[in-house]
Design a protein around this ligand. Structure first.
Ligand SMILES: *Cc1c(COP(=O)(O)O)cnc(C)c1O
Length: 383
């Protein structure tokens, strides 16, 4: 089966991991700080906190912004559940903003309307988590303007978007956001097996995130309430978690990061070939704009409303060995969120996208012949 996505591991990745295995430190050695610095250099951000997953990175981002009971976090329904769950970990309430018809990213007009209503009802969000769906950056500058007007924080869930750019700045520069979060799950732009990172330009947020990722424990005198009692001394100053990344994972991350530009160039070439061939078929592709470059994490297509049955096309492609996927079941329709009162019809654009969407295989090592086969089979089925 041709998968919808997969990692690309080479000999240098393997050697990097083996080297750590043969060294003195499997965790908390030199690799994690070096990976943090590498990703900061690549994205143009000042501080990076490496953790054991993108989900953990979202959680510590919310904690550092003091999200808690009585607060609201908003995100879009067309995402992985983790973008919303981070609110619930902090006992905050969740609400959603629908997506645009063309780009399938957050609809800034809906956001603006919803903010105006929320302001009147005194329930403005503390945090907006924006998702760069499929790797395509959202309209960050416009969202930043709204955040200044209504006073909320912006966290970029960039789990799809490492390697993307917005107005010539890499995603992760945090030019228009407080914190940007990445995942290094095997299907993402680069992998550490499991892993994630939160980056920011704000030193105080970085220091809160670091504490939250490691038990709330510090060895930094400035964060303690009294003098150190010796070189062994540490203090737990808040309640944190053990979300740390190991040096084994970070070594793989460093090795992968060196190949990020090449991975993205390959994804771009694959997306370009789909872009050339697919619009002739009765389906829609993601609409982009001039000031953004996608990381092409996914290649989603949307079948016509009155046309084909998605399940039928999904099954037929799978029978042909083409591992298409569906991204995403709208989060508000998950039983856990329905219990909070969300119902079908709440976010119609995301719901109708879900009924007709398919993600086609898109990953750096997808061969030209496999891609030609995918396009061929899809063309036969749709005609
Ligand atoms: C992958 C992903 C996450 C979670 O990342 P993990 O590293 O798997 O925890 C969060 N949000 C989105 C949009 C993702 O695609």
């Amino acid at each position: 089966m041709i998968p919808y996505s997969r990692q690309l591991i080479d000999q240098s990745d393997i050697e990097a991991v083996v080297e750590v295995l043969q060294s003195d430190y499997l965790t908390q050695g030199t690799q994690v700080p070096a990976f943090e610095k590498g990703l900061c250099d690549h994205t143009g951000s000042k501080y990076g906190v490496a953790v054991n997953s993108g989900t953990s990175a979202l959680h510590i981002a919310c904690l550092s912004l003091n999200l808690g009971a009585g607060d609201y976090l908003w995100t879009t329904p067309l995402t992985f559940v983790a973008s919303a769950n981070c609110a619930r970990y902090c006992n905050a309430q969740i609400d959603f903003v629908d997506i645009e018809k063309g780009s399938w990213n957050i609809d800034v007009q809906s956001l603006s309307d919803k903010l105006e209503t929320a302001k009147r009802e005194n329930r403005l969000p503390k945090i907006l988590v924006v998702v760069h769906f499929a790797g395509l950056p959202v309209k960050l500058e416009e969202i930043h303007q709204l955040s200044l007007l209504y006073g909320f924080h912006v966290v970029e869930d960039a789990c799809h978007a490492l390697g993307a750019s917005y107005q010539e700045s890499p995603i992760g520069s945090c030019r228009y956001s407080d914190i940007t979060v990445f995942s290094f799950h095997p299907v993402k732009s680069i992998t550490t097996g499991e892993g994630g990172m939160a980056v920011t330009n704000d030193q105080s947020l970085a220091s809160k995130m670091r504490l939250a990722s490691s038990h709330g424990i510090t060895r930094n005198q400035e964060q303690m309430d009294r003098d150190s009692e010796g070189a062994w001394y540490y203090q737990q100053v808040s309640l944190g978690f053990n979300y740390r990344m190991s040096d084994i994972h970070a070594a793989l991350g460093i090795s992968q990061l060196a190949k990020l530009d090449r991975f993205i160039a390959n994804r771009k070439k694959i997306a370009g070939a789909y872009n050339d061939k697919l619009p002739a078929l009765s389906l829609k592709i993601q609409e982009t704009s001039k000031d953004v470059q996608s990381a092409h994490h996914l290649y989603p297509v949307r079948l016509e409303d009155d046309g084909y049955d998605r399940k039928l096309i999904y099954d037929k492609l799978r029978e042909k060995g083409i591992g298409v996927q569906v991204h995403y079941i709208p989060v508000h329709l998950q039983p856990y969120y329905r219990k909070m009162g969300f119902v079908p019809g709440d976010f119609p654009v995301a719901e109708s996208f879900y009924k007709k969407c398919l993600s086609l295989p898109c990953y750096p090592s997808l061969s030209d012949s496999d891609q030609a086969y995918i396009i061929d089979e899809l063309t036969k089925i749709l005609n």
